[in-house]
Ligand binder design. Structure first.
Ligand code: NAD
Length: 421
């Protein structure tokens, strides 16, 4: 059993246990939610370019469907384990519930490094996975989407394979598809947009608004870049961004479009050079004198060792799991607000829900209408989490704990009226 997967699963279950205590729910809720309803293991043979067959093992974990069909991404990564997949599926149950979506949680994985496959091999593997899972997924059953190592092209192959098996087009079985194949243009920036909306709403409560507030962002990929883009549009001042090589800092604000152009051309923001701008490391970016910090790259980057050096009053978790439990305790006691991942980075899955709704009705909203719908759902979640937090006591309970209680509440009530408990 992988230590990485076990530790992650254990920490998810600890948070669940605490939420059940805080919300006063019966023990049985833990008994049910601490294990997935179904685990599917598939072995997929792929004819490799060298003529030999290689068999890849994949999983789909269907954690809980009290609120609706299972929903969650598919991860292609050499180090994924079944235990990690279970943890990720469990988190999806809470994330979907928290955001008011009519979904349970699921997650899929294949232990493979997609960068080591040719395009043909990757297509074969993706189609093989969709074929193997076809009896267990579907628009009313389980709706996968991309995660680490998978993308809209892979979703296109999978939806095509599933449609061939069904004998007709079934757009609603996978989300985050290319726009031409029943996707939605908002999906590309939806997670970063959600990060910015959550930051803006929290800033209103903390300071009366986000205008002029300084922001440092670790990670300048999909979430980091689009988060920066929308934060700037909302009036914040992005002063630092980094990628895996390091980054740049200008206390007077960065010209984001120029930084992005340098990143696209040279592969890293480190090559951006403008007067008043200096290079920083990925450790420094977390400790800058800014109002808002957005970790949007890796897990466990805010930990016991640096929590006391963090100067931001507001941390918005763009990445999954960037803050360790120890660090969260320290920062919470200092009055720092941490907007937790299952809320702050949920823009992507909420957008996936809207794409699915479009697909079921074969009717598509324009970009602005879609974004407005997305924002309305995010604001509703924000308000519910804040209410729950203030009811539970902001000094005794973290925002993450309040979010988990809010998430468990819907699942508990659904299981109760169904007669499961
Ligand atoms: P991405 O691959 O597009 O970008 C990741 C960024 O992190 C890149 O800029 C990369 O250079 C940088 N990075 C890598 N190693 C780093 C390091 N050691 N230090 C600093 N930066 C480093 O990935 P993404 O889609 O933006 O995802 C980022 C995080 O957000 C992940 O935790 C992911 O699970 C989470 N997330 C993404 C989405 C989504 O819709 N893309 C949704 C929810 C959560």
């Amino acid at each position: 059993m992988s230590l990485r997967g076990t530790t992650f699963l254990e920490s998810v279950l600890q948070t669940l246990k605490r939420a059940i205590e805080l919300g006063g729910y019966p023990e049985e809720v833990y008994e049910i939610l601490s294990r997935p309803q179904r685990i599917i293991t598939v072995n997929i043979p792929v004819r490799m370019d060298n003529g030999k067959i290689q068999v890849f093992t994949g999983y789909r974990v269907q954690h809980n469907n009290a609120l609706g069909p299972y929903k969650g991404g598919i991860r292609f990564h050499p180090e994924v384990t079944l235990e990690e997949d279970i943890a990720l599926a469990t988190v999806m149950t809470f994330k979907n519930s928290l955001n008011g979506l009519p979904y349970g949680g699921g997650k899929g994985a294949i232990a493979v490094d997609p960068k080591k496959l040719s395009k043909k091999e990757l297509e074969e593997l993706s189609r093989g996975y969709a074929r193997a899972l076809a009896p267990f997924i579907g628009p009313e059953v389980d709706i996968p989407a991309p995660d680490v190592g998978t993308d809209p092209q892979i979703m296109a192959w999978m939806v095509d394979e599933y449609s061939k098996i069904s004998g007709h087009n079934v757009p609603g079985v996978f989300t985050a598809k290319p726009v031409i194949l029943w996707g939605n243009p908002v999906r590309e920036y939806s997670t970063g947009f959600g990060v910015a909306v959550w930051a803006r709403e929290a800033a209103k409560k903390l300071w009366g608004g986000i205008e002029g507030k300084t922001v440092a962002i670790q990670g300048f990929g999909n979430v980091g870049y689009w988060g920066a883009y929308w934060l700037e549009k909302m009036g914040a001042k992005v002063v630092a961004v980094t990628d895996s090589k390091g980054g740049v800092y200008n206390p007077n604000g960065l010209k984001l479009a120029d930084v992005k152009a340098v990143k696209d051309k040279t592969g890293t923001v480190m090559n951006y050079d403008a007067s008043g701008t200096r290079k920083i490391t990925n450790d420094e970016v977390l400790e800058l004198p800014v109002d808002i910090l957005v970790p949007a790259a890796l897990e466990n980057v805010i930990h016991r060792g640096n929590a006391n050096n963090i100067k931001a009053k507001l941390i918005v978790e763009g990445a999954n799991g960037p803050t360790t439990a120890d660090a969260e305790k320290t920062l919470h006691s200092k009055g720092v607000w941490i907007l937790p991942d299952l809320a702050a980075n949920a823009g992507g899955v909420v957008m996936s829900y809207l794409e699915w709704v479009e697909n079921l009705q074969w009717y598509f909203w324009d970009e602005e209408e879609t974004r407005n719908r997305l924002e309305r759902i995010l604001l509703d979640t924000f308000n519910r989490v804040m209410n729950r937090w203030s009811k539970l006591g902001t000094s005794q309970v973290t925002i993450r704990e309040a979010a988990y209680v809010e998430a468990v509440d819907r699942i508990y009530n659904a299981m109760k009226v169904r007669g499961w408990i």
